[in-house]
Ligand binder design. Structure first.
Ligand SMILES: O=C(O)C(=O)C[C@H](O)[C@H](O)COP(=O)(O)O
Length: 226
């Protein structure tokens, strides 16, 4: 498995802008999705810890990524406690994402110099996360917040780096409104990986969707870079 410095993980997250958020119990489906994402231009991938044996799938996927796509930075999401974070770090996770703000998870990640991205829903939680060392926070669930929340929070806290996950889709409207509001990156799950597409193992569909989303973001960034 490949280990990346946490500053490089954050910079790659910002540069790629779009982070696939994915879980499937079938390792062959995971490999197909990872390859499609890579070919579509993704260099950072969040595997979510969605059942009791998800770590076994991650262990294999992480090795597969290192061997076939050594630039791909693998991380884990849906981490609720420090011991699960430690398990995934041992298996090759280069960043740890949570739906919640859990200080003990921060201590474990910081000790190992692994990027920790807690889920936050208020400015007080964001501020606490930053005191605990979070370089970037996950505003979650995005479908509840809307982009205006990000814009408003960046007025008093312009230093805050925001990732938003939940309800983001690979469309021009969704990408432009979130990046326009000031996010550093977005996580995308169900919209990039519709169930029926996974059922028919249509990895080309995923690659095309990813390419389109990255193209939209790049075009937006060219227009909006000062
Ligand atoms: O548990 C986590 O760590 C999460 O990030 C939660 C979900 O995976 C995202 O909310 C995906 O949301 P959709 O893109 O709307 O499918």
């Amino acid at each position: 498995m490949a280990r990346f410095r946490r500053i490089d993980v954050f910079l790659k997250m910002e540069a790629t802008g779009i982070i696939p958020v994915f879980y499937h119990p079938d390792i062959e489906v995971c490999k197909g999705v990872l390859q499609a994402c890579y070919q579509g231009g993704i260099r950072i991938f969040e595997f979510t810890n969605r059942d009791d044996f998800a770590h076994e799938v991650f262990a294999e996927l992480s090795k597969y990524a290192t061997k076939n796509f050594p630039e791909m930075i693998m991380g884990v999401g849906t981490i609720m406690d420090a011991s699960t974070a430690a398990l995934y770090i041992q298996l090759g996770a280069n960043f740890v994402v949570s739906p919640i703000l859990h200080p003990e998870t921060a201590y474990t990640c910081n000790r190992r110099k692994i990027l920790w991205i807690p889920g936050c829903a208020t400015l007080s939680e964001i501020s606490k996360a930053e005191e605990l060392g979070a370089e970037v926070v996950k505003v979650f669930p995005g479908e509840v917040f809307k982009p205006s929340f990000v814009k408003a929070l960046k007025a008093p806290m312009p230093w805050t780096n925001v990732m938003v996950t939940g309800g983001v889709s690979p469309t021009q409207e969704s990408i432009e409104e979130w990046f326009g509001a000031g996010v550093s990156c977005v996580g995308m799950g169900s919209q990039l990986f519709p169930k029926e597409v996974l059922q028919r193992k249509d990895f080309q569909f995923i690659e095309d969707k990813v390419k389109t989303a990255i193209g939209i973001l790049q075009a937006w960034r060219v227009q909006h870079t000062k």
